[in-house]
Design a protein around this ligand. Structure first.
Ligand code: CUA
Length: 390
């Protein structure tokens, strides 16, 4: 089944731009209506059930197009085992059917003959042939495994941090992004760790999968051969939002990666704090849980929060000033807003003071009363622009 066939359902696993999209329709309640509604609902659930694993596999029952230098090792062995299994499945079913017909009981009065109990030649044959097959599978797998485990010495190094339920990629400039950006035609080494539980970095297009373990570093490497964007996901069940722990690998055209990294690393210098805060709000994952228009999500909305009195779960209250916002970003569990679950991950060590200041300026700009103060003197028109809806 190809991508086009999948897109017919309204909850298909691919976005208009061809990237994997996780469908939410299956979990959403569809209002009960006539017969058509019921059928539509079943269709929707069906497409979602098929669309999800297919989207992750690249929109097809077959492996996605290989995009790394080591992908062919996996593909070769996978298809070798697949076709060997198919051959033996067919052989066994055909022989079984033939024997059923050939040796069926034709006359109920005839007693069955005694069957042969031993045949040395046959037993040697059916021991030796499978032995050769498994040795071949092991040898081929070992060659690929060694290649995939040994990163070239000149590899470009990117640090990866997994945290419920986000990915952080730290580049050599110290810049942190939620997507993995890499140059094409250059080996990249990932040095990875987790801040909480075991996660597993999985990039199907590169045939790459490696666990991230808290308290230690693991590493893996790849060499991307085709520019483009590829899905990256977590392949180790790590809690209730495991399935939403998604990101993207962006493989840049030759020469473009360095340019992207320089621009991305310097966005704090080139933008006003409010604008930089708006970018951080998107990139650091705040947008997943905090709305900008007052809508209730997992966490409180950022709209009109600055300067207001906040009620905490322990019965106390406080003013949402700079210090409160800073603490809530770095150590979210210190003060839990009443009525919200203590679900936010701590950002201690992930955001420097400049970025925290930018985020606070951005939150300030969303307050009707304090928007003026948030405006940077260099760009007074920034805060006046209406806040983006999430
Ligand atoms: Cu992280 Cu599953």
């Amino acid at each position: 089944m190809k991508r086009e066939a999948l897109s017919q359902g309204d909850s298909h696993g691919w976005g208009a731009d061809g990237h994997a999209v996780i469908s939410v329709s299956a979990g959403r309640r569809v209002p009960a209506g006539g017969e058509n509604d019921g059928r539509d609902r079943m269709l929707t659930a069906g497409w979602a059930a098929w669309g999800l694993p297919l989207a992750q596999a690249g929109g097809s029952f077959w492996l996605p197009d290989p995009a790394s230098t080591t992908a062919h090792y996996t593909d070769y062995l996978f298809y070798a085992i697949f076709y060997i299994s198919t051959f033996f499945f067919g052989l066994i079913v055909v022989l079984m059917t033939a024997f059923l017909i050939l040796y069926r009981r034709r006359d109920s009065r005839i007693k069955g003959e005694k069957t042969a109990s031993h045949n040395t030649a046959l037993e040697l044959f059916w021991t030796f042939v499978p032995l050769c097959i498994v040795i071949y599978i092991f040898a081929t797998g070992f060659v690929g495994y060694m290649e995939m485990r040994t990163s070239p010495p000149d590899a470009y190094e990117i640090r990866v941090t997994g945290q419920k339920w986000k990915w952080f990629f730290t580049y050599p400039t110290g810049y942190v992004d939620e997507s993995l950006h890499v140059p094409v035609d250059r080996p990249v080494r990932l040095v990875m760790t987790s801040r909480d539980v075991i996660h597993s970095l999985f990039i199907p297009a590169f045939r790459l999968k490696m666990d991230l373990v808290p308290g230690r570093y693991t590493s893996t490497w790849f060499h991307a051969v085709r520019p483009g964007e590829y899905p990256l996901l977590c392949a180790e069940y790590c809690g209730d939002n495991h399935s939403a722990m998604l990101s993207t690998v962006v493989v840049h055209e030759p020469g473009r990666f360095e340019k992207w990294l320089e621009e991305a690393s310097n966005f704090m210098k080139n933008l006003s704090p409010v604008e930089a805060g708006r970018i951080l709000y998107q990139r650091q994952g705040c947008a997943q849980c905090h709305s900008l228009d007052g809508t209730r999500k997992v966490g409180p909305s950022f709209k009109n929060v600055y300067g207001e009195t906040v009620q905490f779960a322990d019965g106390t209250s406080g003013i949402a000033d700079e210090n409160y916002l800073r603490e809530s970003i770095l150590v979210p569990d210190a003060k839990i807003v009443a009525g919200y679950p203590p679900q936010m991950p701590p950002y201690q060590g992930l955001l420097d003071e400049d970025k925290i200041a930018a985020l606070i300026a951005f939150i300030k700009s969303l307050s009707d009363e304090h928007a003026e103060e948030a405006a940077s003197p260099a760009k007074p028109d920034v805060a006046a622009s209406p806040p983006l809806s999430p």
